[in-house]
Design a protein around this ligand. Structure first.
Ligand code: KMH
Ligand code: ZN
Length: 274
């Protein structure tokens, strides 16, 4: 078990509208400020979805580069771009975010119902993302929404080899309507199917945030929190900002005697070149 906890903040996502959630960071300045606050409190990785001038999700490369640059300027966080985008994005546009040269990128291991939508991740796209990231020296974070997707991970690694950096790190995204439930039982069922030597984080969407966080810590895992996944801090209490969620995760990690990992340690842990 690692002696510290990798905390990833996912501050924005592609699903919530700024009009519905005024505290959601969407401008370049808001994302950079959130990133700085979250690093100060214990985050070491930022999972980024980018919004345009109208606050809508975008994969426009110029805008993505601008946000990556702003986060790099104001923090030392590991910059992980979403290659998942929004459910409406094309595969080509999702692949093109790698041109923005992030340290890391998410890579979802299968198609999943996403509420009333479908988050499409066919095998050929998975292979293309995996092999392009190997060639471009970008470290993937394998996103797993359901247990069967771990079989896809094993098949991927058997056929195409280890990712850049040589370390396999998985993030369980739990509680999505259409994916596995956000429960300790579901998390425990997944763990024996991780490839040997792999590490994991978990995030629980909505009200599954706390049970998943506590389950992950108890099993030696790492944490992802943020307003991409959680908009309610407690029943009837909207999240104030991303730092509030990172502070709760960092506090629980300290209670578990695995305090937040520094950004330097996170780079070493994930196999990212310094
Ligand atoms: N927005 C979801 C459809 C990822 O970032 O890689 C996909 C998602 C996963 O958030
Ligand atoms: Zn995401």
């Amino acid at each position: 078990m690692t002696s510290s906890t990798l905390i990833t903040v996912a501050p924005t996502g592609a699903e919530s509208a700024k009009a519905d959630v005024p505290a959601l960071p969407v401008t370049v300045e808001e994302v950079a400020a959130t990133a700085k606050d979250c690093q100060a409190i214990g985050a070491s990785v930022i999972h980024l979805h980018v919004r345009d001038e109208d606050t809508k999700p975008t994969l426009d490369l110029g805008r993505v580069r601008e946000v990556v640059g702003a986060v790099r300027e104001s923090t030392d966080l590991v910059v992980q771009l979403s290659s998942g985008g929004a459910v409406t994005d094309t595969f080509d546009a999702r692949l093109a975010v790698l041109d923005a040269e992030p340290d890391a990128a998410s890579l979802t291991l299968g198609t999943v119902n996403f509420g009333r939508d479908v988050f499409a991740n066919p095998w050929d796209l998975i292979v293309e993302l995996h092999t392009q990231m190997q060639q471009r020296r970008i470290v993937p974070e394998y996103e797993v929404f359901d247990l069967g997707q771990l079989a896809t991970l094993t098949r991927l690694l058997d056929k195409y080899g280890l990712p850049h950096g040589g370390h396999v790190h998985v993030d369980f995204v739990m509680g999505v309507p259409g994916g596995m439930p956000g429960t300790t039982q579901a998390l425990a069922a997944c763990l024996p199917h991780l490839p040997p030597g792999a590490t994991f984080a978990a995030t629980g969407v909505g009200r599954t945030s706390l049970p998943v966080m506590l389950g992950a810590l108890s099993a030696g895992g790492h944490l992802r929190v943020g307003m991409e996944d959680t908009l309610t801090y407690a029943p009837g209490e909207p999240v104030r900002d991303n730092a509030q969620l990172v502070a709760r995760a960092a506090g629980l990690a300290r209670i578990a005697q695995r305090p937040p990992m520094s950004t330097d340690d996170a780079r070493r842990f994930l196999g990212i070149e310094e």
